[in-house]
Structure formats: structure tokens, C-alpha cells
Design a protein around this ligand. Sequence first.
Ligand SMILES: *Cc1c(COP(=O)(O)O)cnc(C)c1O
Length: 371
Amino acid sequence: MSGKGPGMLSLAHVAGLHAYTPGLQPSGSGWVKLNTNECPYPPSPRVAEAIAREVGGDAASLRLYPDPSSSTLRQAVASMHGLSAGQVCIGNGSDDLLNLLVRCFCGPGAVAAFTKPSYSLYPVLVGIQDGTCTTIPLDRTLRLPVAEIAASGARIFFLTSPNAPTGAGFTSAEIESVLEAFPGILVVDEAYAPFARENAVGLLSRHRNLIVVRTLSKAYALAGIRVGYALADPETIGLLDRVRDSYNVSRLSQAAAIAALGDSGYYAGVVEKIKATRDSYVERWVNRNGWFTFPSQSNFICTEPRDREGRTGLAVARSAYDFLFSRKVLVRHFPSDALTASFLRISVGSDDEMLVLDESLDAWLKAPPNA
Ligand SMILES: *Cc1c(COP(=O)(O)O)cnc(C)c1O
């Protein structure tokens, strides 16, 4: 072997990339997994039936490529939101669509921006395109900094609403004031919108620079199937269709998603249950423990643990995280962001999971320091 290795031959910006760090997916059993905002309840039984039909039937054989434009699924999504199929693009998870959006609107000289904190995948995608990021800080009020966003100079702005990892929702009125003041493309990443009071879909008819991104990973309990969608002006959808993989959504995923969207009654029950569990634990941690907790419009809770001496901070959050981990309760800690370093982000689980979590937090409160 002689000459340069692959690393030396790669593009300079690629050699400097850092891969996205996903939440832990532990392989052993016995974990209470409250770290990646998956749904604690199973998907609609119609999903397994649809997949079985797709695998077993001759007509729709796995020998054949899937529908390259996911047209039946596009139509189902469009009908659900009162839009036309030309306003919908389907992705291999919403991460796929976020990536396509960065491809279309960001690169050297075309800045992407987002709030800090927000979804930590955005800077990774921007880095892949050799683009530049600007961040707009949020504070504990979680008021949307409209003027700062408008003046960000970005070609494209990613707004996670409800926000991750705080869980707080922005109002449609706040989002509309951004649309009126910001001259670029506004992507509202609505991964958690089914758990929120408001969403931005109604603004699409008035604002051509708006793109709403949704996923079936959270409220539809289908993180494993990888389906998300974008709602936007047909011209934007045309751009996404030009830069996506031609077969970006598998046959099984298309069938599963169509079945899930068709069972709105089942999912309304799932979402109501998760919201009720969420609200009861927010109330509990605020009133019983006296913990500062962001009002959640999502399927997770961002709370600031207070130890038995009344202290909060990064070390306290880490101590709670480590204690929970030692009891096989997995939550998320974001130590690198100033606003969230003293918080834990906890996905809303089943009643049994939440009980184990809450008992473990009580045990942490009673444990001697550094136990
Ligand atoms: C979970 C999540 C996504 C990813 O969704 P997938 O469809 O699973 O790729 C996107 N944005 C935010 C804010 C999320 O929390």
C-alpha cells in the first residue's frame, strides 16, 4: 500500500465532521427507557396487519421497488391536513427531510440558523453540506426571540416547536410574527405537535416560506419504521423531490404509515393518555418536589432536579442521572448547553415505568451524597 489513505483523500470539511450522538439504545433487558421520546404504547394493530399483507401478498411483492413518490401515503397525509398531495413530501423519517432541506437551502455562503437549545441534529446536517450555522439563544422564559430570528441573516431557520429539549410550545401567533419578519425559509419541526395545543399547519395557506415537518416516530409509535413528512408550498416540495433518493421510503414503511394514519381513533387515545400522564408528573415534580419544570407541550418533561440540600446545577443533574442509570432507568442529560445543563429530559412512559422512575428519584433524594 502506498499513497494517501481515505481520510487524506476526503473533502476537508468531511474529515472534520462529528457524527450525531443518538440517545443510548441499550441492548440488555430490564431498562426503563425514557431517553429518546419513543411512544410507550404499541402502534395501531392495523400496522402489523398491513405489513403482513405487504410481505405475504403477490401483488405487492418485496421483489419490486416501492412507489418512488409514496403517492398513496402523500394523498393520505394531504387529506388528513386538508391540503393537496402537491404540498406533501414523504421522508425516511423526518431526519431525511431535514437533511434534504439543508441540501436545498444551505451550503458554503448560505447560512442556516436555529435556536439554542434545539434539536442537535441540525448542526450536524449543516456541517455535512459545509454550511455555516448561527444560533439564537433561548432563555428560561422561552419567549420566541422574533426580532433576533428576523435579523439572523440566515437563508433557512429551523424552529423546533414544541421545542426540544425543553418541551415548551410556541404559539401560532409567535410563529406568524417570525414568518412576517424573516425573509428566509422557516422550517417548523413539529415532531411533538400531536401533544401540543397549537401547530403551524394553518399558516401554510398564508406563507409560502413556511415548511412544517412531522414524524410518525413519536405520537404514532413507529420510530422503527422511519417515516416523516414535510408540508409546504408545491414549489418547495418540487425542490425536495429533486434532491431526495428516488426510493427513499420502503414498501413496508409506506404500508405501515398508511395503516397508522387510517386509525386516528386509536392514536387519539394514545396521545390523550400520554398527555394525562405528563401533566400529572409535571404537577407532582413542581408541587411536591419544588423543581423548576418547563410547561410541557410534548411527550417528555424537562425538569431541574433539586437535591435534598436544595441545590441545583450541572453536578446535581448528573448525580440524579447517574443514580437513575445505576437503577437501569435511562433519561437524558444535555450538559453542554447552559440552559439545560442543570435539567434532565425525561420521556413520558407507561404508568409502570413512571412509577419506577418516581420511586428512583425519591431514593436519589434520600441517598447520601455521592451514593
Ligand atoms: C425525534 C425528532 C425528530 C426525528 O424524527 P424521525 O422521524 O425519527 O427522524 C426530528 N425532530 C425532532 C425535534 C425530534 O425530536
